[in-house]
Ligand binder design. Structure first.
Ligand code: FUB
Ligand code: ZN
Length: 739
């Protein structure tokens, strides 16, 4: 009799222990931080007023909401959108709105969210299964398979959708206290738990996401089955005989044996985030070691200066180390969101500011680039160079990115502050206000900052009664000559300008510690004031010489912002610029683009002549704008990495007959035809590094390109350079062709 009691006691203890353990550092929740600045606050407002309503309207127009209506039996018809993961957009929108309503109470949006939740609940099958394409039962998506979960390890996205459902449910519950979506999530998770695991169906999701959703559900419900299930879905990957192991979805090896960032970038980022979560709760050091190796693999060779990951559109995947092409960079917005979330977790695990450096770079540059200033146009890939072929779009058939931005903006206040015992971390400099409970007293923290434009930061520390605490101010990498952790990028002009920290106007001698913080350890009293003026010089950045795409090139940044040259400020041309390195590049306030700092320098242009020779101009003014703001004045040339030599510049094309002609094609789109006029010769037919024109996925069809000459001309010779990406790609040199 004593054993069962002892066992019960031990079990209770184990549950209690695991429920207690989590990240050693706790973020101050987004709902406890009030942003009061001129940079983020307007963006969060535009997100609320424009982006979220558009996301709802587009979901209605595209049939995503109707899919739920049909699954709920409230409408006749068949599954009517393109992808089986379209359900997930609705969940992401609910999550975004839940965060946003905290800052902007809005009865209309709240009612809309309630009605979406009611519809989602109605679309759920009695046993908890939720996947509209199968429940509707007509026009079931081929990726769904014939049976539930049959293709879960491939492209069905049944579990991916549910991960987003769980995240939405937790956000909605935390924001409103309402259980409506949480109950749907719990019913679903119970079914998934009854279905998968040892002795049940043994398989893993083809697109990771459910794992981190389950951890969130575990945190809010305390139900350890959800945590165990999250861990199961991670551990079952790469097990012999299970699923279809492949690098594409990181199932090629057990997760603890993985060391390199390979395959689909979003899948990877979501998986490493979940591994961090599970490791924080269970203390699993093998997970920690694996994500640490992968993190290094990224920051040492697979991380774009704009904070993006995933170099190639082929498989939306990582390339090999140092393969970071600029014009064809994929750097999907969702992958940037993944980098932000994963690195936040790594900070919470370690207290090291290098993770916030990565988070901040990806957030300010890659994620913000994902949406226009107006909040109604979106980038899916975020290239670092353009001939004018790129433009933000109103929406996408595969609409994963816009709602991912929509949920990231209103939740970003969560990245500002964190605490652990008497340590208070200030990680991002954004004018804001929050309160913390510390050693039995309430401490009010108010921050005034000019970031990202100016480095002066003032913190008002107001405890209700005197309290001992360590205020830890992050010293960003760009103030420490470390643009990114590791050696992938370096400042060409390393400079460590001095700065001082004062408390109540008295200079405090303080140095940056090994974790990248300035620590002020004292008894804080009402009215205490800390001031730091971080120097934000313009920095020229060079990439590791092994990054061929950036060789002979330089990029500029200031503070957290990466800059880009855009045609709109530079006579329409920037790819042909050679930076005049003898002229310093300076920051200057400008009224452009809503009020920014532009960078001004000088550059020469390189132009190709009709005889093939190159001519170089005298230096002329060069203007750069923050990268995330490019393409808000129409499409055009853009470059983050500018040539420093004539040999690495891309000369403006000579006025040849092709260049001055009007080109049209059977493709119907104009922009891809720019590749025919750029006068860049590929190294070989499978050279993806220069722009190419293609008709893929058309096959066995007759296609044409028409060249309307500007005037009557004698054409003595025509050459065609065919693109062929065989054997893996789908483009081949045509069976026959004629001019
Ligand atoms: O598969 C769902 C989402 O669609 C992925 O995360 C994106 O990369 C896009 O492929
Ligand atoms: Zn996406």
């Amino acid at each position: 009799m004593r054993y069962p009691i002892l066992l019960l006691f031990l079990l209770l203890l184990a549950t209690f222990a695991s429920a207690q353990q989590d990240y050693p550092i706790t973020p101050v929740s987004f709902s406890e931080v009030r942003i009061q600045d001129d940079f983020w606050q307007p963006k969060i407002r535009t997100n609320h007023e424009v982006t979220i309503p558009i996301a709802i309207a587009k979901s209605q127009e595209s049939g995503r909401i109707d899919n739920f209506r049909m699954a709920a039996g409230r409408m006749e018809g068949q599954f009517c959108t393109e992808y089986p993961f379209d359900d997930s957009d609705i969940y992401k929108i609910i999550e975004a709105a839940s965060y946003s309503l905290q800052t902007f109470p809005d009865a209309e949006m709240e009612a809309r969210v309630d009605s979406l939740i009611e519809l989602v609940a109605a679309a759920q099958e009695p046993d908890g299964y939720l996947y509209t394409t199968r429940t509707i039962g007509k026009n079931v998506h081929p990726w769904a398979g014939t049976e539930r979960w049959e293709l879960v390890h491939e492209l069905s996205h049944e579990l991916y959708n549910l991960g987003h459902l769980y995240e939405a449910a937790v956000a909605h519950y935390r924001a409103t206290g309402k259980r409506s979506l949480l109950d749907v999530a719990i019913k679903s998770a119970d079914l998934v738990d009854a279905t998968f695991g040892p002795g049940k169906t043994e398989n893993y999701p083809g697109h990771q996401e459910v794992e981190l959703g389950l951890v969130k559900l575990y945190r809010v419900t305390g139900e350890t089955r959800y945590l165990n299930l999250a861990k199961y879905f991670l551990d079952v990957r790469g097990r012999p005989g299970i699923g279809n192991p492949k690098e594409y979805d990181q199932s090629h090896l057990p997760v603890t044996e993985q060391s390199a960032a390979v395959g689909h970038a979003v899948r990877g980022a979501y998986m490493w985030t979940a591994m961090a979560d599970v490791a924080a709760i269970t203390g699993d050091s093998a997970y920690r070691r694996a994500i640490d190796r992968i993190w290094h693999d990224i920051v040492d060779g697979k991380y774009y200066l704009n904070g993006g990951i995933g170099a190639t559109g082929a498989g939306e995947a990582f390339g090999s180390a140092y393969e970071l092409p600029n014009m064809t960079a994929y750097a999907e917005t969702c992958a940037g969101v993944g980098v932000v979330r994963w690195n936040h977790r790594l900070f919470l695990m370690t207290g090291q500011s290098k993770y916030i450096d990565v988070l901040e770079r990806s957030l300010y540059n890659n994620v913000l680039d994902g949406v226009s200033r107006s909040g109604d146009r979106f980038f899916y890939p975020n290239p670092l160079a353009s001939m004018g072929q790129h433009e933000r779009r109103e929406w996408f058939g595969c609409a994963c990115c816009p709602p991912n931005v929509a949920r990231t903006l209103p939740s970003m206040p969560e990245y500002l502050y964190a605490y652990r015992d008497e340590d208070i971390y200030v990680n991002m400099y954004v004018s804001s206000e929050t309160e913390l409970d510390l050693a039995g007293t309430t401490l009010r923290l108010r921050q005034q900052s000019g970031f990202p434009w100016e480095g002066a930061v003032r913190l008002y520390v107001d405890p209700a009664s005197p309290v001992e605490a360590r205020l830890r101010l992050r010293v960003p990498g760009y103030v420490r000559n470390a643009p990114t952790p590791g050696d992938l990028y370096r400042y060409a002009d390393p400079e460590l300008p001095a700065f001082t920290v004062t408390v109540n106007d008295a200079i405090v001698p303080v140095t940056t510690d090994a974790d990248g913080y300035l620590t002020l350890d004292r008894t804080w009293r009402e009215g205490d004031r800390v001031e730091v003026d971080f120097p934000l010089p313009v920095h020229a950045v060079r990439a590791d010489p092994r990054v061929a795409a950036d060789s002979g090139r330089v990029a500029f940044e200031r503070g957290p912002l990466v800059y880009a040259a855009e045609g709109a400020d530079n006579h329409g041309e920037v790819l042909n610029l050679v930076v005049d390195e003898t002229t310093p590049v300076r920051a200057e306030r400008s009224g452009e683009l809503g009020g920014i700092y532009v960078l001004r320098g000088r550059a020469r242009t390189v132009d190709r002549q009709l005889d093939g020779s190159l001519s170089t101009s005298e230096p002329r003014p060069l203007t750069l704008v923050p990268y995330h703001l490019w393409n808000n004045r129409g499409p055009g040339e853009m470059a983050v990495w500018l040539a420093t030599t004539e040999a690495t510049a891309q000369p403006s094309p000579a006025p040849t007959l092709t260049y001055t002609s009007t080109l049209t094609s059977s493709l119907g789109e104009e922009k891809p035809l720019l590749a025919l006029r750029d006068q860049l010769l590929p190294a070989h037919s499978n050279d993806h590094s220069v722009p190419y024109f293609h008709w893929w996925p058309r096959k066995d069809s007759r296609e044409w390109i028409q060249v309307d000459l500007p005037a009557l001309a004698n054409v003595s010779k025509v050459s065609v350079y065919w693109f062929d990406d065989g054997p893996d790609g789908g483009c081949r040199i045509p069976a026959d062709w004629q001019v």
